[in-house]
Design a protein around this ligand. Structure first.
Ligand code: ADP
Ligand code: MG
Length: 250
């Protein structure tokens, strides 16, 4: 298990967004989290990636307790994420978005920054190479010089993936990566997610599109009102009565 949560709980005032969730993410697999709107899926990601501190419970990454680590420290451990709404610099190029995202996430020390040391220059060179590599991988090489404002919604989703991949993550958390794109584009993004997993990157994604999840995921966890109500393979989940009830509002 690359990542585990134990009794993970988050309360916002009197509202329990995530309730005693025990979850394990298997290395190299595609792990999906599904559930109705407001089920606590994004909050669960926010807890794991250090955006919010949990109210109760623990998070372990490769056996190490990371419950109290801030987001920047967690990112340095090899975890990257995308957000439900992509926050890109619309008036910058695709390439520059990836470069800036990469810089924000890598440590640069003040001495290097002020004196523009050889080390810093080498690091900038590596950063550019990495950006080119992830733009190639995500199928964006041909739009790398375009302003983000001028590319399609699907390409913007790919830029979000590229930003996450630029940090060489071991695990990526994707929050509704195909929201707002059409079925053909969803299929394309699905293939890209599959390609990430084939590269050995562990994927954990939140999705609403059932057909996509069923063909993509190795393991699915279902949240409802903050609680885990089921988990298993796509086949197990498809036939689970609790899950059917939650989705039909029964
Ligand atoms: P999902 O991603 O499954 O749609 P969320 O995790 O966004 O669900 O939300 C779960 C619950 O937690 C909702 O009731 C939501 O209103 C609440 N919530 C999420 N984030 C916050 C926050 N920052 N402050 C207060 N309440 C929040
Ligand atoms: Mg959400």
């Amino acid at each position: 298990m690359i990542l585990e949560t134990k009794h993970l709980t988050k309360k916002f005032g009197g509202n329990i967004a995530v309730k005693h969730v025990d979850f394990s993410i298997e290395q190299g697999k595609v792990n999906a989290i599904i559930g109705p709107n407001g089920a606590g899926k994004s909050t669960f990601f926010n807890l794991i990636t250090g955006v919010h501190p949990p109210t109760e419970g623990q998070i372990f990454y490769k056996g190490e307790d990371i419950t109290k680590l801030p987001a920047n420290k967690i990112a340095l451990l090899g975890m990257a994420r995308t957000f439900q709404t992509t926050n890109l610099f619309e008036m910058s190029t695709v390439f520059d978005n990836v470069i800036v995202g990469h810089r924000l996430r890598t440590k640069s020390n003040l001495f290097d920054a002020i004196f523009r040391t050889k080390r810093l220059k080498e690091e900038e060179e590596r950063c550019k190479e990495k950006a080119l590599e992830v733009l190639e991988f995500t199928g964006l090489a041909n739009v790398s010089d375009q302003l983000v404002a001028n590319i399609s919604q699907e390409e913007k989703k790919r830029v979000a993936f590229a930003l996450a991949l630029a940090t060489d993550p071991e695990i990526v958390f994707l929050d509704e990566p195909t929201a707002g794109v059409n079925p053909d584009e969803t299929e394309e993004l699905s293939l890209l997610i599959k390609k990430m997993a084939e590269q050995g990157i562990t994927v954990c994604l939140i999705e609403h599109k059932m057909q996509m999840i069923m063909s993509l995921a190795d393991h699915i966890m279902v949240l409802n009102y903050g609680e885990k109500i089921a988990e298993g393979t796509p086949d197990e989940i498809k036939n689970n009565e609790e899950v059917i009830k939650a989705y039909l509002g029964g």
